[in-house]
Ligand binder design. Structure first.
Ligand SMILES: *Cc1c(COP(=O)(O)O)cnc(C)c1O
Length: 366
């Protein structure tokens, strides 16, 4: 027998990330409502900038200098406190691997982003889940799970896949009660969808506290998921640590160009937020009207909603009815959410059709 390379045992414990499906098994697709992409696309300025980006034979600027400067100006942050990632997912990995390893614990909530389990395991740490409260992150439950081995706490706000949102006071309370040597990562992938007056104060915490790192992305409200651009901000020391770990040229030429132009088109972001809020409200009313069939919607601040099926129509049957009609949604039985469906907010027409299909399926299931 010849020896073969053996992956580390903690790597063997990882289930690979499963993205939202782009089409049904028969290849049929009317609407992809499974990956929380922006139904309005992206800013036309971003498309134009992408087409004119640096030639692909050239390496990108490894420090994403112009983009970090523009983010700094827009948000009032010293660019030295900003790090770019190939999507914010990369930054979540980097933050965990810099501060947690074998024997340590990475804490997050039940029903939170499925990537967190991989993020924890990839660096050898033990993932620890705190129970959710009616699908929402629960600050007291998280605090109760903190041990001397806790090194990193991951909180998505708004949370994916539930859409729930912790108000500013709860984020502040969580931070205030965490030991100073625990890194609090506030994942704000959907922050641009939250009304400005409901801001959770994460960026202020990241600016003032030595143990807070905030991640944001161009994948959701900016509509640039395919370009892979995310950013994070926190103490300059932390940013310097993560800069040592990241890929040297982690954000491509087209990605930097598109993100820079997209940041400059806040009108598009505002249009996306308003469009989403309006259609989400309309869809919520349609689901509320199906309450007698055991359907309910978890309150959402994001560009998707979690519908809970507690009547004759099961989450799986609803998923299949929608898939057969070409509407791809996200069914997550592996996360203990088999009785729910996560549905990205699409166009008004798409969401009206989704609601109509759910109504027909619910009536047939009686
Ligand atoms: C979509 C999403 C991200 C963003 O991933 P990118 O790598 O930036 O595309 C991060 N966190 C959560 C909770 C998400 O849903």
């Amino acid at each position: 027998m010849t020896a073969v390379p053996t992956p580390k045992p903690w790597i063997a414990g990882i289930d690979a990330y499963v993205p939202g499906k782009a089409a049904g098994d028969d290849g049929r697709l009317v609407a992809k409502l499974s990956a929380n992409e922006n139904s309005l696309g992206c800013s036309p300025l971003a498309l134009a900038a992408r087409a004119e980006a640096e030639h692909p034979s050239r390496y990108p600027d490894g420090d994403s200098t112009a983009l970090r400067a523009a983010l700094g100006t827009h948000y009032g942050i010293d660019p030295a406190r900003i790090i770019m990632g190939a999507g914010s997912g990369e930054l979540l990995y980097l933050a965990a691997s810099a501060y947690a390893g074998l024997g340590d614990e990475v804490l997050f909530s039940q029903y939170s982003f499925s990537l967190y389990d991989i993020v924890a395991r990839r660096c050898g740490a033990t993932p620890v889940e705190a129970p959710a409260n009616d699908y929402a992150n629960d600050v007291d439950a998280l605090l109760a799970k903190v041990t001397p081995r806790t090194r990193v706490v991951l909180v998505a706000n708004p949370n994916n896949p539930t859409g729930t949102y912790l108000p500013r006071g709860e984020i502040a309370r969580l931070h205030a009660r965490l030991p100073g040597d625990v890194l609090l990562v506030l994942d704000q992938a959907y922050a641009e969808y939250v009304a400005p007056e409901d801001d959770d104060g994460s960026l202020e915490l990241a600016a003032a506290q030595p143990n807070v790192f905030v991640t944001r992305t161009f994948s959701k409200a900016y509509g640039l998921a395919g370009e892979r651009v995310g950013w994070g901000t926190g103490p300059v020391e932390l940013v310097e640590v993560l800069n040592r770990l990241r890929g040297a040229f982690n954000v491509a030429n087209t990605a930097q160009a598109a993100a820079l132009a997209a940041l400059g088109d806040q009108g598009f972001v505002e249009q996306s937020r308003r469009h989403n809020a309006e259609i989400r409200r309309r869809f919520a009313a349609a689901i509320a009207a199906l309450g007698n069939h055991g359907l309910r919607m978890v309150p959402s601040e994001a560009n998707f909603v979690l519908v809970v099926f507690e009547g004759a129509l099961s989450g799986e049957a609803a998923y299949q009815a929608l898939t057969q009609a070409g509407y791809m949604t996200r069914w997550l039985p592996g996360q203990g959410l088999g009785h729910t469906l996560r549905i990205t907010i699409g166009t008004a027409e798409q969401m009206d059709t989704v609601a109509a299909i759910l109504r027909m399926a619910a009536e047939a299931a009686k």
